[in-house]
Design a binder for this molecule. Sequence first.
Ligand code: GLC
Length: 556
Amino acid sequence: MGWYKNAVFYEVYIRAFADGNGDGHGDFRGLTEKLDYFQELGVDCLWLLPMYPSPLRDDGYDVSDFYGIHPDYGTLEDFKAFLAAAHARGLRVIADLVLNHTSDQHPWFQAARADRHSPFRDYYVWSDTDQRYRQARIIFLDTETSNWAWDPVAGQYYWHRFYAFQPDLNFDNPAVQAEMLNVIAFWLDLGLDGFRVDAVPYLFEREGTNCENLPETHAYLKRIRRLVNERYPDRILLAEANQWPHDLRPYFGNGDDEFHMAFHFPLMPRIFMALRQADHQPIVRIMQAMPPIPEACQWCTFLRNHDELTLEMVTEEERQWMWREYAPEPRMRLNLGIRRRLAPLLDGDRRKIELAYALLFALPGSPILCYGDEIGMGDNIWLDDRDGLRTPMQWNDGLNAGFSSAPAEALYLPVIDDERFGYRRVNVAAQRADPGSLWHALRRLIAVRKAQPVFGGSCCEFIESDNPTILAVRRTDSGETILALHNLSGLPQRLSLDLSRWQGARPRDLFSQEALAQIGAMPYALTLQPYAYRWLRLEQTTDDWLEADGHPRRDL
Ligand code: GLC
């Protein structure tokens, strides 16, 4: 089984994490000093947001040199030292790969716009009119009015799916295809464990389509995977494709010719819906609508990340509902999403936050945590764009939340300092010292999940119960069966499940180790406290629900 199939990932915004040289910006030195932290928490793989030189108009997703490290973060040597230290601790590291576009400050674009005959002209997508590819939607709706921007120097329009300062590369050009393969090989040669590949649906444009998920795009992504298979086995490619289930599935290809992993965008908003509606249906329905994926592949599941909580993968009605429930103030909304962090979204309610993680951890897929959400950090909706979700990590209640020794006004963004979620109250040091904290609960969840390989499998059945506020999921793999029960409501709930197919088995609580009553022929009754969850491993006391080879009966 590939290491990524049951790994816990952690998203790091380097600038926000730890400032090693006191200039107010997080960097590789600071991050290297914090490696013990990840081990203590129990995560397996870090995902680094773009670390390359960039004018930083989109926090590094506007790359101006694919082969370097942003000077704020240190040098290539610092990166290498960081990677070696991470590997020495058994931690893997993947990084963002921004394939689709560059910064307008990239030398390729500067050469392209300056000279129609430059070999770099054709690295980008130019047009004399802004009327081509009209069916392609605009992603950054709050800022952009067109996917074309006029360039007075070039005397033509250029194509951009994101901000106008991020011109799209022209993947119809074989030179661009080759350049990006070189970029990939460069970082993998340095030992990087793979990439989170940014914005993959948009590589090619074709008239008469929405310019997403095109066959040409999949063909190029398969070229990338060939390179990885041939030269870098054991490294992974994780797709950022914010798409509906039937469009997502092709990114896994036949299991070994495209992506190893893809973010589970459709599931994420439905976890929030289920919690607010105290109803398991939104989760059950989307999971049942997801096509199966190849055995070697895995979903990457998440609650929040560095972007707005995207509401692209819901219906218009659901979006309006989500905005009403979770973004009552206009300032909380951004594009088609919500710019808030996990803890404020869930009313700072410890039980709901922990339950959201338990759901994430119980469902198929490898979970990824967003830095700061493990302690329930707050946000600042008054900062620009998505900056409010990217504030300094809250390490302790000291100067600059322990993030940096620079004067407060030198920090890249102010620390969160409100009464409820601010660093004086919410910080790593305090939670580490308190065995009852969210941080410790999450650490336990991670440990319990990792000790049960069954969670890395794909088998997932929702068990019918007479109570819609309960999400009961069965995970089975290699003779092991776990029932994970979650109370989505704020009231104690009684539930009664038909577990007669496991008659004779005895459930054991994976957290308390308590052995529960043996399962009999009658419905199995339990009570769950408000927002509580219980994960039960079925331990056999007789063999009558096992095949002769010790595996559970296939019809179970
Ligand atoms: C991805 C990133 C986002 C960025 C965009 C453009 O969606 O997650 O932060 O702005 O790509 O590169």
